[in-house]
Design a protein around this ligand. Structure first.
Ligand code: CNA
Length: 420
């Protein structure tokens, strides 16, 4: 079956959200009216169809035509609304797509069922007890740039993040900071990305304690899947199995020509040489003009098929969702939060409160299943591991990592050489 194509997009801010909310409400009102009209029409047609009179038949045909007109009008109205919304968001420099609606159709839980999820205990100790008692054995982890910050890789949106520091990279003026990862802009001017790529070169950084924690979950057979937005390949270097990982936004681990008729792979060593010389890498097969870029999903590009193939089953099966180091601003990745069952606890580990836009309810009065562990990922993970009795194993992995410092690049190059 053909997979639905999804483009990566930024989530919209409060003003945009408000407008989107209003439009959604309007649309759902229109939809309700339409459903009512459809029902009435169906009934009328049934009566008319059973009648033999000429007049009745004509009336039935008229109704058909009217119904068709109504559908066309509705389609047109939809298109207009979406076009207006898109252009108003664009004007203000916001995202290009709305968050897809992934709301669940599950029934409302009873108070007893809600109580059973966490017993209204939203502590780290409670989270640990779910894992210790084997209530949580199919854990899905959603990760963002924040899990790699302690490795020395800045995130996007924090005060010290990439967007705030583009000037430091001597990047020529960009229309918006996001344009550095925008595919159209890359074709127009590949230099900003070439400058950044040098700084983000895989192998320069080592995995963090948080990456090792995910590896521990996998070793213990508790990891259903890691969905990462990160492109830094640290998951690979931490030894988290590739089949347990979905690189939702691709990664630096492979490089290809951007000409869709060519798509020739370039060896990482060769690509790195161009980046070191600050020359945008060009294809040496199809044309000297064709740009080569790592398999990172830029804004405006399709997400890997694996993301669409696996997410519904993974999240539907999950008995614990751990979300770490992400602003949850980028869709469709942030929509994963809403795909779990309404009895699945969702734990956010982040140094700022986020997730209101995707329905994380830890700050709400009626919350029964969302936990917010406020702090850095490494701190919270270390405490969690101690609580789980995994403290020594975590330390061991961290020590082992230190002793193999500097072979990250070789590992990434080797991994590319093993690809089909
Ligand atoms: P983001 O929008 O920059 O958000 C990062 C979030 O993590 C913010 O809420 C921060 O407050 C929080 N944070 C930062 N440091 C820590 C920490 N030590 N502990 C806990 N929380 C922390 O980044 P997202 O990942 O949400 O956005 C998705 C983008 C970022 C993806 O497309 C990535 O490709 C892209 N990105 C990736 C990397 C990487 O691969 N390491 C680096 C920078 C950006």
């Amino acid at each position: 079956m053909a997979q639905e194509k999804e483009h990566i997009a930024l989530h919209i801010d409060d003003a945009g959200k408000e407008r989107t909310g209003e439009l959604r409400k309007e649309l759902s009102g229109v939809k309700e009216t339409l459903n009512g009209v459809q029902e009435t029409l169906k009934n009328c047609q049934e009566v008319l169809d059973s009648s033999v009179s000429q007049d009745a038949r004509r009336a039935s045909e008229d109704l058909d035509a009217q119904w068709k007109n109504f559908q066309d009008m509705f389609d047109q109205m939809n298109k207009n609304m979406i076009t207006n919304l898109a252009s108003s968001l664009q004007q203000e420099g916001f995202g290009r797509l709305m968050r897809p609606s992934l709301s669940s159709t599950e029934e409302e839980l009873t108070p007893e069922q809600k109580e059973e999820v966490l017993g209204y205990d939203f502590s780290l100790q409670k989270v640990a007890s779910l894992i210790k008692s084997k209530k949580a054995t199919k854990i899905v982890v959603m990760a963002g740039a924040g899990i790699s910050c302690s490795a020395g890789i800045p995130d996007f949106r924090s005060a010290g993040g990439l967007y705030a520091n583009l000037a430091k990279y001597n990047v020529p003026e960009l229309p918006t900071p996001e344009d550095v990862f925008c595919i159209e802009y890359f074709h127009e001017d590949p230099m900003p990305f070439t400058v950044l790529a040098k700084d983000m070169m895989p192998g320069t950084y080592a995995p963090t304690p948080t990456h090792h924690f995910i590896k521990l979950l996998s070793d213990k057979g508790l990891l259903q899947r890691l969905y990462t937005q990160n492109i830094d390949t640290l998951e690979l270097l931490a030894g988290i199995p590739e089949d347990k990982t979905v690189f939702a936004h691709g990664s630096f681990a492979d490089v290809h020509c951007t000409n869709t008729d060519c798509l020739e792979r370039m060896k990482l060593e060769e690509w790195r040489k161009s980046i070191e010389q600050q020359e945008p890498p060009r294809c040496n097969k199809c044309s000297e003009e064709a740009l080569v870029k790592p398999d990172i999903v830029f804004f405006g590009e399709d997400l890997p098929e694996r993301f669409s193939t696996l997410r519904r089953k993974d999240l539907g099966d999950a008995d614990l969702l751990i979300i770490m180091g992400t602003s949850l601003y980028v869709s469709p990745f942030n929509g994963l939060v809403e795909l779990v069952r309404n009895t699945t606890p969702r734990v956010l580990i982040n140094n700022e409160a986020v997730g209101d836009n995707v329905g994380l309810a830890y700050a709400e009065k009626d919350n029964y299943r969302d936990v917010f562990l406020h702090g850095t990922c490494d701190e919270q993970i270390t405490t969690l591991c101690e609580e789980l009795g995994w403290g020594e194993e975590l330390k061991e992995l961290i020590e082992r990592q230190k002793s193999k410092a500097n072979n990250g690049w070789d590992q990434v190059v080797w991994a590319q050489s093993q690809l089909p």
